[in-house]
Design a protein around this ligand. Structure first.
Ligand SMILES: NC(=O)C1=CN([C@@H]2O[C@H](COP(=O)(O)OP(=O)(O)OC[C@H]3O[C@@H](n4cnc5c(N)ncnc54)[C@H](OP(=O)(O)O)[C@@H]3O)[C@@H](O)[C@H]2O)C=CC1
Ligand SMILES: O=C(O)[C@@H]1CCC=N1
Length: 280
């Protein structure tokens, strides 16, 4: 078991990986006031880690074994297919340092991750954050099979520094991944498509993108301001759709063109891919 009982802005958080998602969490943590010298990163190429350290003031540690020796929380932030090879030569260091291990890997269950850790290693928590972490706006899910309540609380506190946190059943991770981990890219694609339609109808590309992205942000804020969240969508739609007006005409056209089907298909494909990643 790790010796960490409480998360603070002095907790040594070490990232195995300095890519897109590690970078987003590092930026968010440091913006939230985490001590820069307590945020450690490593990489494979010797490029992304130093670049992240230069940008944020976190510490780059070239030697993975040295990184683990310093870690109180060790965040696995490589690609799912890389983790077994990455951890295989590090078993003794993990036993000696006994960090609280946190995985952000898609599709990779606690049961599977445990096979890449020393026998009986229980301090393991699985999370699914999103790139909003860079702005303190991640929506993060947390699950464990073996960690203590204090360990789960420490991980929840860490990710609360970069957004909101829900503790969920691990069985729901694939669906949560689609909803919050993948969806920033899907929303970006949707805004891009909306803006392109604006350009097709005469707006400049910059005006169209600004209008579409700002409208998306306002819509999200309005949805989240509703007390009854399950009915929030219907309420915002009601307020915008003037009877016989332009919005309802557009909405009906979008629904006839498969709006609901598009989102259902995206979620189902992401869940199917999550299952494949977990099996490989
Ligand atoms: N991108 C996202 O929005 C989200 C991603 N995730 C999960 O986060 C994880 C990382 O994704 P993402 O950040 O996009 O991927 P990236 O490819 O951007 O980052 C992967 C990082 O792992 C590093 N790495 C790979 N092998 C090693 C090694 N042997 N030793 C040290 N570092 C290594 C890479 O180093 P180098 O830079 O040198 O190549 C790179 O920095 C994935 O498992 C993904 O499922 C979860 C939620 C959202
Ligand atoms: O695309 C992926 O697999 C990762 C997980 C969620 C977002 N990016």
């Amino acid at each position: 078991m790790s010796e960490l009982t409480k998360f603070s802005d002095h907790t040594k958080v070490a990232f195995l990986g300095s890519g897109n998602m590690a970078g987003a969490i590092v930026r968010g943590l440091i913006a939230d006031g985490h001590q820069k010298d307590c945020v450690l990163v490593t990489d494979r190429s010797g490029k992304s880690g130093p670049a992240l350290a230069k940008e944020t003031g976190c510490t780059y540690v070239a030697e993975t074994k040295e990184l683990i020796a310093q870690a109180q929380i060790l965040i696995l932030a490589c690609k799912p297919h890389q983790v077994a090879d990455l951890l295989a030569p590090l078993q003794q260091e993990i036993k000696d340092s006994a960090p609280l291990v946190v995985s952000i890997l898609a599709g990779t269950s606690c049961e599977k991750l445990a096979k890449s850790l020393p026998d009986g290693y229980s301090s393991l928590v699985r999370v699914m954050p999103n790139v909003g972490a860079a702005l303190g706006q991640s929506t993060t899910a947390v699950a464990t099979q073996s960690a203590t309540e204090n360990e789960v609380q420490a991980v929840a506190d860490l990710f609360s520094a970069v957004g909101s946190v829900s503790v969920i059943d691990e069985g729901n991770f694939a669906t949560f991944t689609a909803m919050a981990g993948c969806s920033p890219a899907w929303f970006a694609a949707s805004v891009e498509a909306l803006a392109r339609a604006g350009v097709a109808n005469g707006l400049s590309a910059a005006t169209a993108m600004k209008a579409a992205a700002e409208a998306m942000r306002a819509s999200a804020d309005l949805l989240l301001a509703e007390e009854d969240l399950p009915l929030a969508g219907a309420e915002v739609i009601r307020r915008v759709c003037s009877p016989g007006g332009t919005t309802v005409a557009g909405l009906q056209a979008a629904e006839s063109a498969g709006l609901r089907h598009v989102w259902a298909a995206a979620v189902e494909a992401a869940i199917a891919r999550d299952t494949t990643l977990g099996a490989s």
